[in-house]
Design a protein around this ligand. Sequence first.
Ligand code: ADP
Ligand code: MG
Length: 256
Amino acid sequence: MNALDRVQENLRRLKLYRMAEILETRLEEAAQDNRCYTDFLDDLLGDEVSAKREKNLSMRTTMARFPFVKTLESFDFNFQPSVEKKRILELATCRFIANGENVVLLGPPGVGKTHLAVGLGLKAIREGYATCFTQAMPLIASLTKAYAENRFEERLKFYSRPRLLIIDEIGYIPIDRHGAHLFFQLISRRYEKGALILTSNRGFGQWNEIFGDPVLATAILDRLLHHAATVNIKGNSYRLKEKVKAGLVRAEECQN
Ligand code: ADP
Ligand code: MG
């Protein structure tokens, strides 16, 4: 076995796969450009570190269970002027996560609530925060099931662990009293410790109806909003805009 083969084999044994893959190219470049040993090694290690970082990000993105992967960079702020770009970019620094604070995105269907929540989630992952995305209804179903099976505490721990928990679509379907009570316990457990992003199509004034109990709704809102940024989106549906473009609906149907 020649030295090159042996180096490649050893790199693979050390799980430095990207280095093994790119070694020959880097050797040729170094010979051509007369690069010094340090620069050659610097390039090669840089390749491995970026490859490992990308792999780690992609694994953590999969683990977050987003419904789709869309970035803040792909959000058209001109289409939705009620969303202040500067505010979203401030949230994208993830300071609210470090402080255990919350973000609530309110607005009618199709205005980009889930897109913004996912975009912020992706930033959180890049900043190294464990992130988990769930819709409200499956979350409450899973808490209710765990409660019935005497595993509630375990489930509560599961949803308390991620530094950022995104709960999407609160209010699309009413929540029963027991479910609301379990949800309240989750909000209490994360209060001032773990950050939340919540999205809802209903204003806070209507949350009594969602939770079917004004006392419980007030207790939930009290903790949720104590340290929270609320983004009220008042625009038109982006989904409908695309349909208008495709000629499937008339423009006047697009106004909320
Ligand atoms: P909501 O959660 O408010 O119902 P979504 O975030 O699911 O809306 O948005 C609906 C679709 O439109 C998604 O595919 C989303 O990426 C896209 N979208 C919404 N608003 C924008 C925007 N301002 N710029 C780019 N895409 C957008
Ligand atoms: Mg949505």
